[in-house]
Design a protein around this ligand. Structure first.
Ligand SMILES: Cc1ncc(COP(=O)(O)O)c(C=O)c1O
Length: 369
């Protein structure tokens, strides 16, 4: 049970308004959800309407067309792909593969790894990343994984927006391979790490090319963030064929609905949307990073579509006070009371479109004055 006065999930606007004694119809701009503000692609709603007749049939049980499209996207084989009901189902399937064993998760990170592990009776050890940089020290992590069956990482990490670099990942994969520790990497936000060129971004940010060398690597993807379709539920797991088969054996039949499954190939084919998103993020992220820092906030350098911030030493203001000031002025950001290791000390703000980001900067300025 959540005994904290802070609602467990940051985006629970209704509960937060009630907590601060604000009316339920208090107008809010939502900076708490990490979704691509350019999406969903404009054609998606018409496309979905045209597919409605397909709801009268069961989806093809192996989701062949979607798997093929994802495999081509990552230059893998369809046997290495499992379509899932959002990245969330992929996390729970990765935990199911290691039921009853021992897991390491990092904190602060996305809380669902620990929850999924507990649901599948894994013993969970938490390893803390330290403020203000939240960098992972791979050497010290490796001293902790001896005797551990599976390590969960988020890359880039939610909520810190930090990215473990590729050489560090390879060093970690070499050692974990030798001691038989599986590595699960959640790449839910990897599409937004950003290289402005689509082709190089795809190939460099995701660890998918490393699957050819490391059979103990499991990658989890979400398609709800980049395409702004969290209500549709769409994600996938990438791993070697045997791991995918085992994961599939834990998955309920027809776990992914017809509309979501059919949408995979056209979404991945929309290069223009992907390219436009990368270009936008390459401009907007550094602009916001700079502007937030200039306001006197401490900002963790971001590799994702969100920022972890807190008032800097020059402001005698807590993150809680800034959160409340923003809420009263109509801006909902993500408090971090439910992230182990942050405990409310920081705030997470999502990137939105340019004018909305500008409004947020002005309101933050007003709060800090
Ligand atoms: C790091 C991370 N992984 C996975 C998910 C789940 O995404 P999905 O909507 O695809 O289930 C989230 C959602 O917030 C997330 O932050």
């Amino acid at each position: 049970m959540n005994m904290s006065p802070w609602p467990a999930h940051g985006g629970q606007a209704e509960a937060l308004l009630a907590h601060f004694g604000l009316p339920a119809d208090h107008r809010l701009e939502d900076f708490s959800a990490n979704l691509n503000p350019l999406g969903p692609p404009a054609w998606v709603s018409d496309w979905l309407v045209k597919q409605l007749a397909g709801l009268e049939r069961y989806p093809a049980p192996d989701y062949g067309a979607a798997r093929q499209a994802i495999a081509v996207h990552h230059q893998l084989q369809p046997e290495q792909v499992l379509l899932t009901n959002g990245g969330a189902e992929a996390i729970f399937l990765a935990a199911a593969l290691h039921a009853g064993k021992r897991a390491v998760v990092l904190t602060p990170s996305f809380g669902e790894y620990a929850r999924a592990c507990r649901a599948h009776r894994l013993a969970v050890t938490e390893i803390a990343l330290s403020a203000p940089h939240f960098a992972l020290d791979v050497d010290s992590l490796l001293t902790e994984v001896d005797g551990i069956d599976v390590l969960f990482l988020c890359r880039p990490n939610n909520p810190t927006a930090t990215l473990i670099d590729a050489p560090a990942m390879e060093a970690l994969l070499d050692v974990t391979a030798s001691i038989g520790c599986r590595v699960v990497v959640d790449e839910a936000f990897v599409d937004m790490v950003g290289d402005t060129q689509l082709e190089s971004s795809l190939l460099q940010a995701s660890l998918a090319p490393l699957l050819a060398r490391y059979s103990h690597l499991i990658l989890l993807h979400s398609m709800t963030k980049f395409y702004t379709l969290p209500g549709l539920r769409l994600g996938y797991m990438l791993a070697d064929g045997a791991t995918i088969n085992s994961a599939e054996s834990h998955q309920p039949p027809w776990s992914v609905n017809h509309l979501a499954a059919e949408l995979v190939a056209p979404l991945l084919a929309d290069r223009e949307f992907a390219q436009r998103t990368l270009q936008w993020i390459a401009n907007e992220r550094p602009r916001m990073q700079q502007a937030l820092t200039k306001l006197g906030l401490e900002v963790v350098p971001s590799h994702a579509c969100f920022f972890l911030i807190r008032p800097g030493a020059e402001h005698a203001m807590t993150s809680d006070a800034l959160f409340e000031g923003l809420l009263r002025r109509g801006m909902l950001v993500r408090h971090t009371h439910s992230f182990i290791g942050l405990d409310g000390d920081w705030l997470r703000i999502a990137l939105r479109d340019g004018p909305a980001n500008q409004r947020l900067l002005e309101v933050i300025y007003d709060c800090l004055r």
